[in-house]
Write a protein that binds this ligand. Structure first.
Ligand SMILES: *Cc1c(COP(=O)(O)O)cnc(C)c1O
Length: 472
Protein backbone atom coordinates (compact mmCIF):
# COMPACT_ATOMS: atom_id res chain seq x y z
CA UNK A 1 0.00 0.00 0.00
CA UNK A 2 1.12 3.53 -0.73
CA UNK A 3 0.55 6.20 1.89
CA UNK A 4 0.18 9.83 1.06
CA UNK A 5 0.00 12.93 3.22
CA UNK A 6 -3.03 15.07 4.15
CA UNK A 7 -1.09 18.24 3.21
CA UNK A 8 0.84 17.04 0.19
CA UNK A 9 -0.91 14.65 -2.17
CA UNK A 10 2.31 14.09 -4.13
CA UNK A 11 3.99 12.50 -1.09
CA UNK A 12 4.28 8.71 -1.38
CA UNK A 13 5.73 6.43 1.30
CA UNK A 14 5.45 2.76 2.26
CA UNK A 15 3.83 1.42 5.43
CA UNK A 16 7.11 1.10 7.28
CA UNK A 17 8.03 4.75 6.69
CA UNK A 18 4.55 5.93 7.72
CA UNK A 19 4.76 3.89 10.94
CA UNK A 20 8.32 4.75 11.89
CA UNK A 21 8.01 8.49 11.11
CA UNK A 22 4.51 8.90 12.60
CA UNK A 23 3.94 12.08 10.62
CA UNK A 24 5.50 13.83 7.66
CA UNK A 25 8.07 16.12 9.31
CA UNK A 26 8.44 18.20 6.16
CA UNK A 27 4.79 19.21 5.79
CA UNK A 28 3.40 18.57 9.27
CA UNK A 29 0.72 16.45 7.54
CA UNK A 30 -0.62 13.04 8.53
CA UNK A 31 -0.20 9.84 6.55
CA UNK A 32 -3.24 8.28 4.93
CA UNK A 33 -3.56 5.28 2.58
CA UNK A 34 -4.20 6.20 -1.06
CA UNK A 35 -7.10 3.74 -1.15
CA UNK A 36 -9.38 1.74 1.16
CA UNK A 37 -9.95 -1.62 -0.57
CA UNK A 38 -13.38 -3.21 -0.08
CA UNK A 39 -13.56 -6.67 1.48
CA UNK A 40 -15.11 -9.46 -0.62
CA UNK A 41 -18.93 -9.61 -0.57
CA UNK A 42 -18.79 -13.31 0.30
CA UNK A 43 -16.77 -12.47 3.40
CA UNK A 44 -19.04 -9.60 4.45
CA UNK A 45 -22.19 -11.67 3.96
CA UNK A 46 -21.20 -14.53 6.24
CA UNK A 47 -23.77 -15.30 8.93
CA UNK A 48 -22.64 -15.63 11.64
CA UNK A 49 -19.93 -13.06 10.96
CA UNK A 50 -16.29 -14.22 10.96
CA UNK A 51 -14.39 -14.11 14.28
CA UNK A 52 -12.80 -10.77 15.24
CA UNK A 53 -9.25 -11.88 14.44
CA UNK A 54 -10.18 -13.15 10.97
CA UNK A 55 -11.79 -9.81 10.23
CA UNK A 56 -8.69 -8.05 11.58
CA UNK A 57 -6.45 -10.13 9.31
CA UNK A 58 -8.50 -9.51 6.16
CA UNK A 59 -8.71 -5.79 6.87
CA UNK A 60 -5.02 -5.33 7.72
CA UNK A 61 -3.72 -7.31 4.76
CA UNK A 62 -3.92 -4.69 1.99
CA UNK A 63 -2.30 -2.02 4.19
CA UNK A 64 0.84 -4.08 4.89
CA UNK A 65 1.04 -5.88 1.54
CA UNK A 66 4.58 -6.51 0.38
CA UNK A 67 5.98 -5.48 3.77
CA UNK A 68 4.56 -8.01 6.24
CA UNK A 69 3.76 -11.52 4.99
CA UNK A 70 0.54 -13.36 5.90
CA UNK A 71 2.17 -15.61 8.45
CA UNK A 72 3.71 -12.75 10.40
CA UNK A 73 0.56 -10.63 10.10
CA UNK A 74 -1.46 -13.50 11.60
CA UNK A 75 1.02 -13.76 14.45
CA UNK A 76 0.90 -10.01 15.10
CA UNK A 77 -2.91 -10.06 15.23
CA UNK A 78 -3.19 -13.17 17.36
CA UNK A 79 -0.67 -11.79 19.82
CA UNK A 80 -2.27 -8.31 19.89
CA UNK A 81 -5.84 -9.48 20.51
CA UNK A 82 -6.22 -12.20 23.14
CA UNK A 83 -9.31 -10.23 24.35
CA UNK A 84 -12.67 -9.58 22.63
CA UNK A 85 -14.70 -6.57 21.50
CA UNK A 86 -18.16 -7.28 22.91
CA UNK A 87 -21.48 -6.25 21.43
CA UNK A 88 -24.21 -5.94 24.07
CA UNK A 89 -27.88 -5.19 23.33
CA UNK A 90 -29.38 -2.72 25.83
CA UNK A 91 -32.74 -1.90 24.22
CA UNK A 92 -34.50 -2.70 20.92
CA UNK A 93 -32.64 0.04 19.01
CA UNK A 94 -29.40 0.35 20.93
CA UNK A 95 -26.29 -1.73 21.33
CA UNK A 96 -23.17 -0.98 23.31
CA UNK A 97 -19.82 -1.94 21.83
CA UNK A 98 -17.56 -2.67 24.80
CA UNK A 99 -13.98 -1.78 23.91
CA UNK A 100 -12.54 -2.03 27.42
CA UNK A 101 -11.67 -5.73 27.64
CA UNK A 102 -7.98 -5.13 26.95
CA UNK A 103 -5.28 -4.89 29.62
CA UNK A 104 -5.68 -1.16 30.42
CA UNK A 105 -9.49 -1.15 30.18
CA UNK A 106 -9.78 1.41 27.37
CA UNK A 107 -10.16 1.21 23.59
CA UNK A 108 -6.64 2.56 23.06
CA UNK A 109 -5.38 -1.00 23.70
CA UNK A 110 -6.64 -1.99 20.22
CA UNK A 111 -4.46 0.55 18.45
CA UNK A 112 -1.43 0.54 20.74
CA UNK A 113 -1.01 -3.26 20.80
CA UNK A 114 -1.05 -3.50 17.01
CA UNK A 115 1.38 -0.60 16.68
CA UNK A 116 3.82 -2.14 19.18
CA UNK A 117 3.97 -5.44 17.33
CA UNK A 118 4.30 -3.80 13.94
CA UNK A 119 7.16 -1.61 15.19
CA UNK A 120 8.84 -4.63 16.72
CA UNK A 121 8.54 -6.46 13.39
CA UNK A 122 10.08 -3.56 11.49
CA UNK A 123 12.90 -3.34 14.04
CA UNK A 124 13.78 -7.03 13.93
CA UNK A 125 16.89 -6.63 11.74
CA UNK A 126 18.39 -3.86 13.89
CA UNK A 127 20.91 -4.50 16.61
CA UNK A 128 19.90 -1.62 18.85
CA UNK A 129 16.49 -0.97 20.41
CA UNK A 130 14.10 1.65 19.12
CA UNK A 131 13.41 4.11 21.94
CA UNK A 132 9.82 5.32 22.16
CA UNK A 133 9.29 8.58 24.02
CA UNK A 134 5.70 9.37 24.94
CA UNK A 135 4.20 12.27 26.88
CA UNK A 136 0.82 11.52 28.41
CA UNK A 137 -1.97 13.34 30.21
CA UNK A 138 -3.21 9.96 31.47
CA UNK A 139 -4.71 7.25 29.30
CA UNK A 140 -2.28 7.07 26.37
CA UNK A 141 0.70 6.35 28.63
CA UNK A 142 -0.79 3.23 30.15
CA UNK A 143 -2.05 1.85 26.82
CA UNK A 144 1.35 2.40 25.18
CA UNK A 145 3.31 1.14 28.21
CA UNK A 146 1.23 -2.00 28.44
CA UNK A 147 1.27 -2.61 24.67
CA UNK A 148 5.08 -2.35 24.43
CA UNK A 149 5.92 -4.08 27.71
CA UNK A 150 8.38 -6.91 27.01
CA UNK A 151 7.99 -6.54 23.23
CA UNK A 152 11.44 -7.35 21.74
CA UNK A 153 13.57 -4.55 20.29
CA UNK A 154 11.51 -1.75 21.76
CA UNK A 155 12.06 0.45 24.76
CA UNK A 156 9.57 2.96 26.19
CA UNK A 157 9.95 6.05 28.34
CA UNK A 158 6.68 7.66 29.46
CA UNK A 159 6.62 11.23 30.72
CA UNK A 160 3.68 12.32 32.85
CA UNK A 161 2.91 15.44 34.89
CA UNK A 162 3.39 14.94 38.63
CA UNK A 163 0.16 15.31 40.62
CA UNK A 164 -1.96 15.95 37.54
CA UNK A 165 -3.26 12.48 36.74
CA UNK A 166 -5.57 10.27 38.78
CA UNK A 167 -4.04 7.81 41.31
CA UNK A 168 -5.35 4.87 39.26
CA UNK A 169 -3.93 6.29 36.03
CA UNK A 170 -0.59 6.81 37.79
CA UNK A 171 -0.48 3.21 38.96
CA UNK A 172 -1.38 2.04 35.48
CA UNK A 173 1.68 3.65 33.94
CA UNK A 174 4.28 3.71 36.73
CA UNK A 175 4.42 0.02 37.61
CA UNK A 176 6.06 -1.54 34.53
CA UNK A 177 9.52 -3.08 34.71
CA UNK A 178 12.13 -4.14 32.10
CA UNK A 179 11.75 -2.15 28.89
CA UNK A 180 9.10 0.35 30.07
CA UNK A 181 9.54 3.15 32.63
CA UNK A 182 7.75 6.32 33.67
CA UNK A 183 9.26 9.70 34.46
CA UNK A 184 7.23 11.79 36.88
CA UNK A 185 7.90 15.30 35.61
CA UNK A 186 7.65 18.30 37.92
CA UNK A 187 5.52 20.23 35.44
CA UNK A 188 2.39 20.15 33.27
CA UNK A 189 1.42 17.89 30.37
CA UNK A 190 2.59 20.61 27.99
CA UNK A 191 6.00 20.60 29.70
CA UNK A 192 6.22 16.82 29.21
CA UNK A 193 5.34 17.23 25.56
CA UNK A 194 7.94 19.94 25.15
CA UNK A 195 10.69 17.74 26.64
CA UNK A 196 9.80 14.98 24.19
CA UNK A 197 9.62 17.35 21.21
CA UNK A 198 12.96 18.90 22.12
CA UNK A 199 14.53 15.43 22.30
CA UNK A 200 13.25 14.61 18.81
CA UNK A 201 14.92 17.68 17.34
CA UNK A 202 18.19 17.21 19.28
CA UNK A 203 20.68 15.91 16.70
CA UNK A 204 23.37 15.10 19.28
CA UNK A 205 20.91 12.91 21.19
CA UNK A 206 19.56 11.29 18.02
CA UNK A 207 23.07 10.37 16.91
CA UNK A 208 23.34 8.19 20.05
CA UNK A 209 19.79 6.83 20.45
CA UNK A 210 17.25 5.74 17.85
CA UNK A 211 14.08 7.61 18.82
CA UNK A 212 10.46 7.24 17.78
CA UNK A 213 7.05 8.32 19.04
CA UNK A 214 3.84 6.41 19.65
CA UNK A 215 1.18 9.06 19.60
CA UNK A 216 -2.33 8.70 18.32
CA UNK A 217 -1.71 10.24 14.90
CA UNK A 218 0.30 7.16 13.89
CA UNK A 219 -1.49 5.31 11.09
CA UNK A 220 -0.64 1.98 12.76
CA UNK A 221 -2.88 2.95 15.69
CA UNK A 222 -5.71 4.09 13.45
CA UNK A 223 -6.00 1.14 11.06
CA UNK A 224 -6.55 -1.54 13.73
CA UNK A 225 -9.37 0.46 15.31
CA UNK A 226 -11.33 -0.09 12.10
CA UNK A 227 -11.43 -3.84 12.89
CA UNK A 228 -14.02 -3.48 15.65
CA UNK A 229 -16.28 -1.26 13.55
CA UNK A 230 -16.39 -3.96 10.89
CA UNK A 231 -16.86 -6.73 13.44
CA UNK A 232 -19.63 -4.98 15.41
CA UNK A 233 -21.57 -3.75 12.38
CA UNK A 234 -21.56 -7.24 10.82
CA UNK A 235 -22.56 -8.71 14.15
CA UNK A 236 -25.43 -6.25 14.68
CA UNK A 237 -26.60 -6.72 11.09
CA UNK A 238 -26.79 -10.47 11.68
CA UNK A 239 -28.54 -10.07 15.04
CA UNK A 240 -31.01 -7.39 13.94
CA UNK A 241 -33.73 -9.74 12.74
CA UNK A 242 -33.41 -12.21 15.56
CA UNK A 243 -33.32 -9.66 18.38
CA UNK A 244 -34.79 -6.48 16.95
CA UNK A 245 -37.22 -7.77 14.30
CA UNK A 246 -35.56 -5.36 11.90
CA UNK A 247 -34.84 -6.88 8.50
CA UNK A 248 -32.64 -4.21 6.93
CA UNK A 249 -31.04 -2.31 9.80
CA UNK A 250 -29.53 1.10 9.28
CA UNK A 251 -26.54 0.97 11.57
CA UNK A 252 -25.39 4.21 13.17
CA UNK A 253 -22.07 4.19 15.04
CA UNK A 254 -22.10 6.61 17.98
CA UNK A 255 -18.55 7.67 18.80
CA UNK A 256 -17.47 9.60 21.93
CA UNK A 257 -14.62 11.65 20.49
CA UNK A 258 -11.64 13.79 21.44
CA UNK A 259 -8.82 13.64 18.93
CA UNK A 260 -11.18 11.91 16.45
CA UNK A 261 -8.86 8.99 15.78
CA UNK A 262 -11.55 6.52 16.77
CA UNK A 263 -14.15 8.07 14.49
CA UNK A 264 -11.68 8.25 11.59
CA UNK A 265 -11.15 4.50 11.99
CA UNK A 266 -14.92 4.10 11.60
CA UNK A 267 -14.77 5.98 8.31
CA UNK A 268 -12.08 3.58 7.12
CA UNK A 269 -14.28 0.58 8.02
CA UNK A 270 -17.21 2.08 6.12
CA UNK A 271 -15.07 2.62 3.03
CA UNK A 272 -13.97 -1.01 3.27
CA UNK A 273 -17.55 -2.21 3.11
CA UNK A 274 -18.79 -2.29 6.72
CA UNK A 275 -22.62 -2.06 6.80
CA UNK A 276 -22.59 1.34 8.50
CA UNK A 277 -25.06 4.01 7.39
CA UNK A 278 -23.89 6.93 9.48
CA UNK A 279 -22.07 8.23 12.53
CA UNK A 280 -22.76 10.38 15.53
CA UNK A 281 -19.75 12.52 16.43
CA UNK A 282 -20.26 13.05 20.16
CA UNK A 283 -18.03 15.36 22.19
CA UNK A 284 -17.90 16.97 25.62
CA UNK A 285 -17.57 20.76 26.04
CA UNK A 286 -14.58 20.63 23.69
CA UNK A 287 -16.88 21.09 20.71
CA UNK A 288 -14.47 22.09 17.97
CA UNK A 289 -15.82 19.49 15.50
CA UNK A 290 -19.56 20.04 16.23
CA UNK A 291 -18.92 23.78 15.73
CA UNK A 292 -17.19 23.06 12.42
CA UNK A 293 -20.13 20.97 11.25
CA UNK A 294 -22.61 23.63 12.40
CA UNK A 295 -20.84 26.69 11.04
CA UNK A 296 -18.48 25.42 8.34
CA UNK A 297 -15.46 27.07 9.91
CA UNK A 298 -12.86 25.09 11.80
CA UNK A 299 -11.45 26.80 14.88
CA UNK A 300 -9.00 24.91 17.08
CA UNK A 301 -8.92 26.17 20.66
CA UNK A 302 -7.37 25.39 24.07
CA UNK A 303 -8.83 22.33 25.76
CA UNK A 304 -11.31 22.53 28.65
CA UNK A 305 -11.22 20.02 31.55
CA UNK A 306 -14.33 17.80 31.83
CA UNK A 307 -15.49 14.57 33.48
CA UNK A 308 -14.82 12.78 30.20
CA UNK A 309 -11.18 13.83 30.37
CA UNK A 310 -9.77 11.53 27.69
CA UNK A 311 -11.86 13.60 25.26
CA UNK A 312 -10.52 16.98 26.42
CA UNK A 313 -9.07 17.98 23.07
CA UNK A 314 -9.61 21.43 21.62
CA UNK A 315 -7.47 20.88 18.55
CA UNK A 316 -8.33 17.40 17.24
CA UNK A 317 -5.50 16.29 14.95
CA UNK A 318 -7.58 13.83 12.93
CA UNK A 319 -9.73 16.68 11.62
CA UNK A 320 -7.14 16.75 8.83
CA UNK A 321 -7.79 13.15 7.91
CA UNK A 322 -11.58 13.55 8.00
CA UNK A 323 -11.34 16.62 5.78
CA UNK A 324 -9.04 14.71 3.41
CA UNK A 325 -11.56 11.84 3.12
CA UNK A 326 -14.86 13.77 2.87
CA UNK A 327 -16.05 17.27 1.96
CA UNK A 328 -17.90 19.29 4.60
CA UNK A 329 -21.20 18.67 2.79
CA UNK A 330 -20.54 14.92 2.80
CA UNK A 331 -19.72 15.08 6.51
CA UNK A 332 -23.03 16.84 7.16
CA UNK A 333 -24.84 14.03 5.30
CA UNK A 334 -22.98 11.24 7.03
CA UNK A 335 -22.73 12.60 10.59
CA UNK A 336 -25.07 13.78 13.23
CA UNK A 337 -23.03 15.79 15.67
CA UNK A 338 -23.70 16.33 19.34
CA UNK A 339 -22.03 17.82 22.40
CA UNK A 340 -22.69 17.50 26.11
CA UNK A 341 -21.54 19.44 29.21
CA UNK A 342 -20.49 18.00 32.59
CA UNK A 343 -23.95 18.24 34.13
CA UNK A 344 -25.28 16.35 31.12
CA UNK A 345 -22.63 13.67 31.57
CA UNK A 346 -23.71 12.97 35.16
CA UNK A 347 -27.39 12.92 34.14
CA UNK A 348 -26.68 10.62 31.22
CA UNK A 349 -24.81 8.04 33.34
CA UNK A 350 -27.78 8.14 35.73
CA UNK A 351 -30.32 7.85 32.89
CA UNK A 352 -28.55 4.91 31.22
CA UNK A 353 -28.36 3.08 34.54
CA UNK A 354 -31.98 3.66 35.53
CA UNK A 355 -33.38 2.77 32.07
CA UNK A 356 -31.23 -0.25 31.26
CA UNK A 357 -29.23 -1.23 34.35
CA UNK A 358 -26.06 -0.70 32.33
CA UNK A 359 -23.26 1.17 34.11
CA UNK A 360 -21.66 3.39 31.48
CA UNK A 361 -18.49 5.45 31.87
CA UNK A 362 -18.39 9.27 31.41
CA UNK A 363 -17.09 9.00 27.83
CA UNK A 364 -19.65 6.44 26.71
CA UNK A 365 -22.35 8.48 28.47
CA UNK A 366 -21.91 11.27 25.93
CA UNK A 367 -22.77 8.73 23.23
CA UNK A 368 -25.68 7.35 25.23
CA UNK A 369 -27.27 10.78 25.61
CA UNK A 370 -26.71 11.67 21.95
CA UNK A 371 -28.31 8.44 20.76
CA UNK A 372 -31.19 8.67 23.28
CA UNK A 373 -32.07 12.14 22.03
CA UNK A 374 -31.91 11.03 18.40
CA UNK A 375 -33.96 7.91 19.07
CA UNK A 376 -36.54 9.94 20.98
CA UNK A 377 -37.17 12.27 18.07
CA UNK A 378 -34.68 15.14 18.42
CA UNK A 379 -34.33 15.16 14.62
CA UNK A 380 -38.06 15.78 14.09
CA UNK A 381 -37.54 19.38 15.15
CA UNK A 382 -34.71 19.73 12.68
CA UNK A 383 -36.83 18.35 9.85
CA UNK A 384 -39.68 20.68 10.86
CA UNK A 385 -37.30 23.54 10.26
CA UNK A 386 -36.38 24.42 13.84
CA UNK A 387 -32.74 25.51 13.94
CA UNK A 388 -30.88 24.21 16.98
CA UNK A 389 -28.64 26.62 18.82
CA UNK A 390 -25.31 24.82 18.38
CA UNK A 391 -23.78 26.78 21.27
CA UNK A 392 -26.09 24.85 23.66
CA UNK A 393 -25.63 21.13 24.41
CA UNK A 394 -27.40 18.93 21.86
CA UNK A 395 -27.47 18.22 18.15
CA UNK A 396 -25.96 20.47 15.53
CA UNK A 397 -28.51 21.75 12.97
CA UNK A 398 -27.44 19.62 9.98
CA UNK A 399 -29.84 16.89 8.83
CA UNK A 400 -27.99 13.67 7.98
CA UNK A 401 -29.03 11.54 4.99
CA UNK A 402 -30.23 8.77 7.36
CA UNK A 403 -32.81 10.90 9.17
CA UNK A 404 -35.78 8.93 7.71
CA UNK A 405 -34.37 5.67 9.06
CA UNK A 406 -34.72 7.13 12.55
CA UNK A 407 -37.99 9.03 12.18
CA UNK A 408 -40.19 7.13 9.70
CA UNK A 409 -38.70 3.76 8.80
CA UNK A 410 -37.56 3.12 12.36
CA UNK A 411 -34.91 0.66 11.23
CA UNK A 412 -32.02 2.62 12.72
CA UNK A 413 -29.91 0.83 15.31
CA UNK A 414 -27.37 2.82 17.31
CA UNK A 415 -24.11 1.20 18.34
CA UNK A 416 -22.58 3.24 21.15
CA UNK A 417 -18.84 2.81 21.57
CA UNK A 418 -18.03 2.31 25.25
CA UNK A 419 -14.42 3.48 25.17
CA UNK A 420 -13.41 2.80 28.79
CA UNK A 421 -14.43 0.66 31.74
CA UNK A 422 -16.55 2.65 34.22
CA UNK A 423 -14.22 1.66 37.10
CA UNK A 424 -11.50 3.84 35.56
CA UNK A 425 -13.69 6.83 36.39
CA UNK A 426 -15.15 5.46 39.60
CA UNK A 427 -15.81 8.72 41.45
CA UNK A 428 -17.75 10.31 38.57
CA UNK A 429 -19.78 7.14 38.04
CA UNK A 430 -20.49 6.86 41.77
CA UNK A 431 -21.62 10.48 41.85
CA UNK A 432 -24.14 9.69 39.12
CA UNK A 433 -25.44 6.27 40.16
CA UNK A 434 -24.86 6.30 43.91
CA UNK A 435 -22.96 3.02 43.62
CA UNK A 436 -19.29 2.47 42.93
CA UNK A 437 -18.70 0.35 39.82
CA UNK A 438 -17.14 -3.07 40.30
CA UNK A 439 -13.44 -3.14 39.56
CA UNK A 440 -12.08 -5.73 37.08
CA UNK A 441 -9.30 -7.98 38.41
CA UNK A 442 -6.68 -6.51 36.11
CA UNK A 443 -7.27 -3.02 37.54
CA UNK A 444 -7.39 -4.29 41.09
CA UNK A 445 -4.03 -6.01 40.59
CA UNK A 446 -2.38 -2.86 39.26
CA UNK A 447 -3.45 -0.97 42.39
CA UNK A 448 -1.36 -3.36 44.49
CA UNK A 449 1.83 -3.02 42.42
CA UNK A 450 4.74 -0.84 43.49
CA UNK A 451 5.09 2.62 41.94
CA UNK A 452 8.44 2.58 40.08
CA UNK A 453 8.23 6.09 38.63
CA UNK A 454 11.39 8.16 38.46
CA UNK A 455 11.23 11.83 39.54
CA UNK A 456 12.39 14.29 36.88
CA UNK A 457 12.85 18.06 36.90
CA UNK A 458 11.20 20.03 34.13
CA UNK A 459 14.61 20.71 32.60
CA UNK A 460 15.76 19.53 29.20
CA UNK A 461 19.48 19.13 30.03
CA UNK A 462 18.69 16.92 33.04
CA UNK A 463 16.23 14.89 31.00
CA UNK A 464 18.79 14.42 28.22
CA UNK A 465 21.54 13.42 30.66
CA UNK A 466 19.18 10.90 32.21
CA UNK A 467 18.35 9.39 28.81
CA UNK A 468 22.02 9.12 27.85
CA UNK A 469 22.97 7.54 31.17
CA UNK A 470 20.09 5.07 31.38
CA UNK A 471 19.15 4.07 27.86
CA UNK A 472 21.31 2.17 25.42
C1 LIG B 1 -8.76 8.56 23.95
C2 LIG B 1 -10.15 8.35 24.45
C3 LIG B 1 -11.28 8.87 23.79
C4 LIG B 1 -11.17 9.75 22.57
O1 LIG B 1 -10.76 9.05 21.43
P1 LIG B 1 -10.24 9.83 20.14
O2 LIG B 1 -9.75 8.80 19.22
O3 LIG B 1 -9.14 10.74 20.64
O4 LIG B 1 -11.39 10.62 19.61
C5 LIG B 1 -12.54 8.57 24.27
N1 LIG B 1 -12.70 7.82 25.38
C6 LIG B 1 -11.64 7.31 26.05
C7 LIG B 1 -11.89 6.51 27.27
C8 LIG B 1 -10.33 7.53 25.60
O5 LIG B 1 -9.30 7.02 26.30
Amino acid sequence: MIYTDTRDKTAKVDFRTAVVNGMNEKTGGLYIPVEFPKLEKSFLNKNPEPPFRDIAFEMAKPYVEGEIDDKNLRAIINDAYPFPAKVVAVDPNSYILELFHGPTCAFKDFGARFMARVMSYFNRGENSPLHILVATSGDTGSAVGSAFHNVPGLDVTILYPKGKISPLQEKQLSTFDNNVRALKVDGTFDDCQKLVKTAFTDESLRSKLRLSSANSINISRLLPQSFYYMYSSLSVKNKAWQYNKIEEPSIIMVVPSGNFGNLTSGLIAKKMGAPITGFVAATNTNRTIPDWIATGSYNARPSIATYANAMDVGSPSNYERIAAMYSLEEVRQLFASYWLDDEGIINSIKDCYSKTGYVIDPHGSVGWKAWSDIKNGAMKDLVAGKKNDYTKPGLTPNIPSWVDDVITKKNAIGVILETAHPAKFGSTVTKATGKSPSIPDRLEKVLKLKDLSIPMENDYEQFKDWLLENLR
